[in-house]
Design a protein around this ligand. Structure first.
Ligand code: SF4
Ligand code: SF4
Ligand code: FES
Length: 230
């Protein structure tokens, strides 16, 4: 199977190039295994990966124009020639490795932890099964970045628009019955950019490897903002 991978070493190369490799595909083989075989052929080839199970979110790449996790993408589902590039819109550190600092800055900015004003109880903070169910479809995010780096609004405003991943997490804490910082969280999202640069293009929903729906989460935040303002 022919696989073309993006190669760029910013300190050494003037321009990026695509390099072709032949990999013997085995039944059930995932793209991550093919990238490991390429690395065995040329150890200077660089890409991130860790768990191999769709859990750590580190091996997100762009394959034939679509963001995905290499470890959960079957070679059999891809059309040849397979072209593997770094996630779009992020500075390349080397080959398939991009700088995700800005992505994590936005995640940190939404305060991804419970905020309480009441004194903490001696044991756990109780939550009904119904309240807990509201976090389904939110807590499963693995911060792979496939969504934010597929979002045109994030490409154009990476410093100011929080992007779908961070906003999904903003809703995850707004929706949590144990959190007591609704006003503070909504105030922090005010303005033309952090939240409102989402134009519901839905690229984020299409590429999420966990089947999550950041567009809906963003819509829920906007609705809550509106209801609080009335
Ligand atoms: S729906 Fe919003 S967040 Fe998702 S890709 Fe479109 S603009 Fe980006
Ligand atoms: S919402 Fe989906 S695509 Fe976006 S970071 Fe989370 S798991 Fe990845
Ligand atoms: S290697 Fe961890 S998600 Fe793919």
């Amino acid at each position: 199977m022919k696989i073309r991978v993006y190669r760029f070493h910013p300190e050494r190369d003037q321009t990026p190039r695509m390099q072709s490799f032949e990999v013997a595909a085995r039944p059930g083989m995932m793209l991550r295994e093919a990238l490991l075989e390429i690395k065995a052929l040329d150890e200077s080839f660089a890409f991130r990966h860790s768990c191999g199970e769709g859990v750590c979110g580190s091996d997100s790449v762009n394959v034939n124009g679509r963001n995905c996790l290499a470890c959960t993408t079957a070679l059999a589902d891809l059309q040849e020639p397979i072209e593997v590039r770094p996630l779009p819109g992020r500075p390349v550190i080397r080959d398939l490795i991009v700088d995700m600092s800005q992505f994590y800055d936005h995640y940190r900015a939404i305060k991804p932890y419970l905020i309480r004003t009441d004194p903490l109880p001696e044991h756990e903070i109780h939550q009904t099964p119904e309240a807990r169910a509201k976090l389904d479809g939110l807590y499963e995010c693995i911060l792979c970045g496939c969504c934010s780096t597929a979002c045109p609004s994030f490409w154009w405003n990476p410093e100011r628009f929080h992007g779908p991943a961070a906003l999904l997490q903003a809703w995850r804490f707004l929706a949590d019955s144990r959190d007591q910082a609704t006003d503070e969280r909504l105030d922090a999202l005010e303005g033309a950019y952090k939240l409102f640069r989402c134009h519901s293009i839905m690229n984020c929903v299409e590429v999420c490897p966990k089947g999550l729906n950041p567009t809906q989460a963003i819509g829920n935040i906007k609705e809550l903002m509106l209801s609080q303002a009335l």
